[in-house]
Design a protein around this ligand. Sequence first.
Ligand SMILES: [Zn+2]
Length: 87
Amino acid sequence: MARGSTDKSWGMSDSDPADFCYICRKGHFVRHDREVAFHQSTDKGYVFCRVVVPIGICNQCGSQNWDEAAEAIIEAAVRDEYDKLPD
Ligand SMILES: [Zn+2]
C-alpha cells in the first residue's frame, strides 16, 4: 500500500464516501423517510413511539444504515413519551 496524499479522495466527488455501502461495496445508501413504530421499556413502563426517521437503504443489497440523526430522533421521541407518563 502506497502512503501517498489521500486528501483528494475525500473531496466532493460523484461517490460520496458517506453514502457508499460498506456491506456489499457495490451500491450506495439512498435516503428514505421511514415511519418506525416501536415499544421501548423504561422505568415507568413501556412507551409506544411512532416517528419518521431518515434511513439510508442500499440500492444494491438493501442494507439499512441508521445514522446518528435517526438515532437522535428516536431518543427524543422516547423521552417525549416518557415525560407524558404519570409518575
Ligand atoms: Zn449494499
